[in-house]
Design a protein around this ligand. Structure first.
Ligand code: ADP
Ligand code: MN
Ligand code: MN
Ligand code: MN
Ligand code: MN
Length: 359
C-alpha cells in the first residue's frame, strides 16, 4: 500500500457528511486500550443526547485490544463524558468511556476508576490541572514529518515557536486540531511549535479533578483522528529521536484552593516536601521510556533525584516566577513523559498531597 492510496478523498466524503440523518444520532465511543492507545467504534442512537443517561453501556471484543482473554472477551464500555463531534457535526457526539469486566471490576487498564475515587474523597481541596502535551508528527514511514529522507534537518534553534518555511512543519494539522478541540468543548489553552522540528505542544486546562484526564485523552483522540486525514502519524514517545534532539514531555501544572489563596506558597512548600519522598513511585507512573528523556540535559532533571526551584527548567518541579512573586498560585511538575496517562499522573499527585483512599 502506498501513501497516496490510503489518504481519504476529502471532497467525495464531504457530500455524504452533509446528508441528513433522519433524527438519528451517531455516538463515537472512545476508550483506552491495553497498550496506552485509543480505540473507538460508532453507535446509532434514536435521539439527541441530553445527559450521560442517554448513552447506554456498550461492549467490545477485549481479546483484540490486549484487554481480555479470548475465552472471556467481552469488555464493557461505560460512558463518563461526551463532547460535540467536530467531524460529523450536528447532534453527533464523541463519548469517553471507562472499561469494565464482566465480573463487575474495572478493567486492568481502567486507570480512571481509582483516580476518580481519589478525587471524590479529596474534592474539598479543589484541584486544578493544566497539562502541556508535547508530541511529534511522523510521515507514513515513521520519520519526523518534513525531515530530509535518510537525513537530519539543521540543528535545533530556529524551530521553537518558529515562523516561516523550513522552520515549521505541519502547521495545518496543528490548526485543524486546535479548532477541533474548541468545537468539542475541550479546554485547550494554547499551542506552540517545539524545539525539535515536527514537534509540537498544546495545553489543556485548567480543568478540575478527573475532568483533566477525560479532556486530555479526548484531545489525543482528536489529534490522532485529525492527523489521519493528513496522512501523518502522531507519536507520544518521550525521546523519538536519540541524540541532540529534545524529548517530549507532559508538564503537569497543579494548584489547589490552598495554593491559590493568600499564603499559598506555604502549601506549595508542604507539597514539595511530600513529593520529594515519593520520587520512584511517581516516576513509575509518569510514562514509559522516560529515562531516555530525563537525562538532565534538554531542559530536564535527573530521573532519580527530586529537586525544585523558582523558574528553574532543569529541576523536577518548577515554581513559576509569578507564583513566587505573588506568594500564591501553582507549581509545574516537569517529570511526566508525553506518553504518560493523565489519570495516573493527576491521581498520584492527589494521593501524595492528600493521602491514600481504599479503592
Ligand atoms: P510553560 O511556561 O511551562 O510552557 P504553558 O503556558 O505551556 O507553560 O502552560 C501552562 C499551563 O498551566 C496551562 O495549561 C494553564 O492552563 C495551566 N495553569 C495556569 N494556571 C494554573 C493553575 N492555577 N492551576 C493549574 N494549572 C494552571
Ligand atoms: Mn463483530
Ligand atoms: Mn508550555
Ligand atoms: Mn514545551
Ligand atoms: Mn512547561
Amino acid at each position: 500500500m502506498t501513501e497516496s492510496t490510503i489518504v481519504s478523498n476529502a471532497s467525495n466524503l464531504a457530500k455524504y457528511l452533509k446528508l441528513p440523518q433522519n433524527g438519528k444520532v451517531i455516538a463515537e465511543y472512545v476508550w483506552i486500550d491495553g497498550s496506552n492507545g485509543l480505540r473507538s467504534k460508532s453507535k446509532t442512537l434514536m435521539k439527541k443526547v441530553e445527559s450521560l443517561k442517554d448513552l447506554p453501556e456498550w461492549n467490545f471484543d477485549g481479546s483484540s485490544t490486549e484487554q481480555a482473554p479470548g475465552d472471556n472477551s467481552d469488555v464493557y464500555l461505560r460512558p463518563v463524558a461526551y463532547y460535540p463531534d467536530p467531524f460529523r457535526l450536528g447532534d453527533n457526539v464523541l463519548v469517553m468511556c471507562e472499561t469494565w469486566g464482566a465480573d463487575g471490576k474495572p478493567n486492568k487498564y481502567n486507570f480512571r476508576h481509582d483516580a476518580a475515587l481519589l478525587f471524590e474523597a479529596h474534592a474539598s481541596h479543589e484541584f486544578w490541572f493544566g497539562l502541556e502535551q508535547e508530541y511529534t508528527l511522523l510521515d507514513f514511514q515513521g520519520w519526523p514529518y518534513g525531515w530530509p529522507k535518510n537525513g537530519f534537518p539543521a540543528p535545533q534553534g530556529p524551530y521553537y515557536c518558529g515562523v516561516g518555511t523550513g522552520k515549521v512543519f505541519c502547521r495545518d494539522i496543528v490548526e485543524a486540531h486546535y479548532k477541533a478541540c474548541l468545537y468539542a468543548n475541550i479546554n485547550i489553552s494554547g499551542t506552540n511549535a517545539e524545539v525539535m522540528p515536527a514537534q509540537w505542544e498544546y495545553q489543556v486546562g485548567p480543568c478540575s479533578d478527573i475532568e483533566l484526564g477525560d479532556q486530555l485523552w479526548m484531545s489525543r483522540f482528536l489529534l490522532h483522528r485529525v492527523a489521519e486525514e493528513f496522512g501523518a502519524k502522531v507519536t507520544f514517545a518521550p525521546k523519538p529521536i536519540p541524540g541532540d534532539w529534545n524529548g517530549a514531555g507532559l508538564h503537569t501544572n497543579v494548584s489547589t484552593k490552598a495554593t491559590r489563596e493568600e499564603g499559598g506558597m506555604k502549601a506549595i512548600e508542604a507539597a514539595m516536601e511530600k513529593l520529594s519522598k515519593r520520587q520512584s513511585e511517581h516516576m513509575a507512573v509518569y510514562g514509559e521510556d522516560n529515562r531516555q528523556r530525563m537525562t538532565g540535559a534538554h531542559e530536564t532533571a535527573s530521573y532519580d533525584k527530586f529537586t525544585w526551584g523558582v523558574a528553574n527548567r532543569g529541576s523536577s518541579v518548577r515554581i513559576p516566577r509569578e507564583t513566587a512573586a505573588k506568594g500564591l498560585g501553582y507549581f509545574e511538575d516537569r517529570r511526566p513523559a508525553s506518553n504518560g496517562d493523565p489519570y495516573q499522573i493527576t491521581g498520584i499527585i492527589v494521593e501524595t498531597m492528600c493521602g491514600k483512599v481504599d479503592g
